[in-house]
Design a protein around this ligand. Structure first.
Ligand code: C2E
Ligand code: CA
Ligand code: CA
Ligand code: CA
Length: 274
């Protein structure tokens, strides 16, 4: 598909990508949505597999669109990442998430809110002071915030990202490595970057067979994390069997539909007290 003069995608074919829905310029619409404060956040709990205690909530962005319905991030994040729009979006989400974190903190909760950020955003020169200032404005301790970065985000912005991560961790902001195992085969960067938590990608949890005893891949990832003194979150836990096996393999934390789907802030509070 090709863009026409106004940047609107017109051609329709079978391999149509998300950014090629005819007549809908996602990038333009997303700019408007950001300006008009139309994006929302939902929150999914991250729980200790031992005792089901909540450790944090991952913030996930949602775009309720008047005509397109609920637009999911898998559709618009990749488009935002093609331009500097992703930086605006990440800043927007961080503000909203910190406001929520401050509200929960004031209510006496001590879990963190974990925010997905792109490599472009984190490696910007002013990012760390900007974030520190924002956290101060909300009057909460830095441990209320965690950041989730993918391997790709780190590797594509190696030097700057490394510097930013070091400073963020010094402030007490937790760093989670997202989607672990899906990206690069080189593991050398794992010891290069200072990280706190490794998140095992959902696909590995999905592929754990019930009849299998040793689960070699998941087992190896957990062992690797332990060696590097990182804690481990397993994503996409949907069954009690998966929780049980992961716990037995030494995985510390889990996230997934078994515990809760992504919830509105209000629902999250109900879920906590239920
Ligand atoms: P992710 O960071 O890997 O987020 C986890 C995704 O898995 C979420 O999809 C979540 O709803 C889904 N999920 C959680 N538990 C389960 C489960 O048990 N089973 C299944 N099948 N799925 C589960 P979501 O919300 O659609 O987000 C998709 C991706 O979009 C995220 O993947 C993340 O890469 C990106 N994203 C989401 N919100 C933001 C944001 O605010 N900023 C940025 N930069 N990226 C975001
Ligand atoms: Ca994530
Ligand atoms: Ca993930
Ligand atoms: Ca993902």
């Amino acid at each position: 598909a090709k863009k026409d003069g106004r940047g609107i995608y017109r051609v329709y074919d079978e391999s149509m990508q998300a950014d090629e829905i005819p007549g809908w310029n996602i990038e333009q619409a997303l700019k408007t949505a950001l300006n008009d404060n139309q994006l929302q956040l939902v929150y999914q709990p991250i729980v200790a597999l031992e005792g089901n205690i909540v450790q944090g909530f991952e913030a996930l962005v949602r775009w309720p669109h008047p005509e397109q319905g609920m637009v999911m991030p898998d559709l618009f994040i990749p488009i935002a990442e093609q331009s500097r729009l992703i930086v605006r979006l990440d800043h927007y989400v961080l503000r909203k998430a910190l406001r929520q974190a401050a509200y929960w903190f004031a209510a006496g909760h001590r879990f963190y809110v974990s925010v997905n950020v792109s490599g472009t955003t984190v490696s910007e020169a002013g990012f760390v002071p900007w974030l520190q200032e924002l956290i101060q404005q909300f009057g909460i301790p830095c441990y209320c915030l965690a950041l989730e970065l993918t391997e790709r985000a780190l590797i594509e912005n190696m030097l700057q990202a490394k510097d930013s991560l070091q400073r963020l961790r010094k402030l007490g902001i937790r760093i989670l490595l997202d989607d672990f195992g899906t990206g690069y085969s080189s593991l050398s960067y794992l010891s290069e970057f200072r990280l706190d938590v490794l998140k095992i990608d959902r696909s590995f949890i999905n592929n754990m067979q019930d009849d299998e005893q040793d689960h070699p891949i998941v087992n190896t990832i957990i062992a690797l994390a332990k060696t590097l003194q990182l804690s481990v979150v397993a994503e996409g836990i949907e069954t009690q069997q998966q929780q049980h096996v992961l716990h037995r393999l030494g995985c510390d934390y889990g996230q997934g539909y078994l515990f809760a789907k992504p919830l509105s802030a209000e629902q999250a509070l109900d879920w906590l007290t239920s």
